[in-house]
Every structure is written in structure tokens, then in C-alpha cells.
Design a protein around this ligand. Sequence first.
Ligand SMILES: Nc1nc2c(c(=O)[nH]1)N[C@H]1C(S)=C(S)[C@@H](COP(=O)(O)O)O[C@H]1N2
Ligand SMILES: [Mo]
Length: 383
Amino acid sequence: MRIPSDRDFTSTLRSPAVAARVGVWLGICFGLAFVTGLISHEAYVVHPVIPFPARPTWGYRVTQGLHVLSGTAAIPLLLVKLWTVFPKLFARPPQRLRQLAVDGLERASIAVLVAAAVFQLTTGLLNTTQWYPWGFHFRATHYAVAWVAIGALVLHIAVKLPVIRAALGGDIEDSAQDRPTATIAGPLTRRALVRSALLASGVAVLATAGSTVPALRKVSVLGVRSGGGPAGIPINKSAKAADVVATALSPDYRLVIAYDAHEMSLSRADLERLEQHTVELPIACVEGWSASGHWTGVRVRDLLDLVGAPAGRDLRVESLQPRGPFRATTLPGHFADDPLTLLALRLGGEPLAIDHGYPCRLIAPDRPGVLQTKWVGRLEVIT
Ligand SMILES: Nc1nc2c(c(=O)[nH]1)N[C@H]1C(S)=C(S)[C@@H](COP(=O)(O)O)O[C@H]1N2
Ligand SMILES: [Mo]
């Protein structure tokens, strides 16, 4: 079998003019996904460089929604872009040694970029469906590869800047200018191809955005877990899956609050007798869905006062869940002291469903869903 050369790809659609235009949108999506991804990373770390703010309460909901949607929008764009530049893979390498070295380096950097981009979009997409068919730690890997992808992207843009400028400045349909060897007109114009790529990207966004934008629920046929679940809030992990049904429903349930040698234990009825507050806050899952609810319960700060804990201390929040990575989380001091941070007993006026964290669950403003611990059994002030 003969290896094809770039001349064998005769469609005029495969061109720098299309690649540059699709590339601009792809660059915007990657930039947005990168920045919002960094924000999400900051939200996870207990003590980031800049303390993660507790306001606006919907901040994380918006940034993480944008993160997942910009990644989703990038998928059709990346496919079209790879298709348009595919012939370059078969371009003959230059003869002169110096040029060969430069060409080789450029190809290597593009290989890194493509691999990192495909990896990010694939793992991200599977993550939105809550499917983790791999052995590595998703968050750490997705974060590390994001730096590789953005670094390779910046390098790629810098190297290609002259080509990009020429392509964007010229007539999009003029193949004599940018790919004289391509002679066969495609089934649609180049302009129509760019528009179709953007349309596909828009459809992908609309098909999934309902997971986080309530107004789009009806059109988002692929929206995962939108609007379902008790009180209109989806269930992430059920009580059965977390193996907490017996302990959560046990009459012996007690919430233990600990600060140094001070310890206190409260039954759910004791918690109900404390001053109740109602807040409207979202659960914003890293996987892209989010939903707002009216939560009623006791302020975490009021509970800390019961054991005489000073302000500003980080709090370890432990679940009744016997195992799993999310059974315990650390709540930074300024979140623990926030008047909107509750140990919620009710959602939408009704007692919490067991799958939403009965007897009580943490709900704090501007916080990733994964850190809103359910079935809380112990609050321990970190000293
Ligand atoms: N103990 C415990 N709490 C947990 C989880 C968990 O697996 N175990 N999942 C978290 C995740 S990933 C999310 S998005 C929210 C979802 O809350 P919900 O199921 O009430 O909507 O709960 C969080 N709290
Ligand atoms: Mo989540």
C-alpha cells in the first residue's frame, strides 16, 4: 500500500482558511475551559493562594457550567479542525537538515497538542456522564494535562501566527491562495463548513446545557440528570450505594461536634430544636449539572458556638459513609463561619430525603457539589 501524500487530499475544504476560522472558536473554548478549570481546582484546594470566596453564592455553579459547556462546544470544532488539517500529516518532510529539525519539532508539538486536547475532551465528556472507565485519578490527571494542552496551544498559535493572519485576512473561498494543490470543490462552500461546525457546536451545547440552565431542560435531550430527584435536585450517590441506609435511619444516630476536649452529641430531634434558617443555594456538581434548592437547618457557626470553637478554624466534616473518597471533606474557616452555611435538615420544606443526606447534610455557598457532604455524622474543628 502506498502512503498518501498531501496532494491526494483534493478537497478545497481542507484548508488553512477553514482551519484558522474554526481554530479561533476552538481557542476561545479551550481558553474558557482552562480558566474555569483553574477556578474549579482552586475551589477544591483547602488553602489556595487566593482564598476561594463564598460569594456570589452561584459563582461555582456558573463557572463549572461554563467549564463543561465550553468543553462540549469544543468537541465538534476539534473534529472539524482535525479533518481540515489531516492532509498535513502526509506532507513530505523537508530535505534540508535545519528545516527538517524545525519541522520535526513543530510536528512533535502538534502531536502533543492533539493528544492532550483529545484526552481532555474525552475524559471530561465521560466524566459528565459520571463514567470513570480508567484507573487514574481523574481530577489530578485532567488538571495536569490541562497545562500541557494550554502550553502546546500557546506554542501552536505563536508558531502559526503568520499563517493564521494570512488565512483570516484573505478570501475564505480562494483556494489558489492557501492550498493550490486542492482542486476539487467540496459538497459545500468553505464558509458553509465553518458555519456547520459552529452550528454543530451550538447544538451540542443546547443538547446538554439543561443540566445546569433550568430554562433549557426541555430542549436538552442529552442533559444528564436534569431536574430529576426529590425536590427537583438530582441524586448523585444514593444512600444505598454509599452504604449508609442503616446508620442514617438508626434511632441511635447522633451528630458529634468536637473541638479539642469539648465534645457534644445531638440527635436529629435536638438539631430540630435549635434555631432554624432557610437559605437558597445550589448543588453544583463538577460533572456539570446543577440545581438550586431551599434548604432549612442549623447554621454551622451556631453548632461551633455550642462547643466554644473560635472563628476562622477549618472544619472536618465526616459522613456516616464507611468508605469512599467523598466520605469526609475539609471546610475552610471562612465557609464554616458564613451565615449561609448550614447543616441542612430539610429541602423544599420537607425533611431531607435519605438520598439527599438525611439526617443532615452540609450546604455551603459557592462550593463544588462534591464537597457538600451528605449524611454528616461528625464535625471536628481542626486545631
Ligand atoms: N457522603 C457523601 N456526600 C456526598 C457525596 C458522596 O458520594 N458521599 N457526593 C457528593 C457529590 S459528587 C455531589 S454532586 C452532591 C450531590 O448531592 P445530592 O445527591 O443531594 O444532589 O453530594 C455530595 N456529597
Ligand atoms: Mo458531584
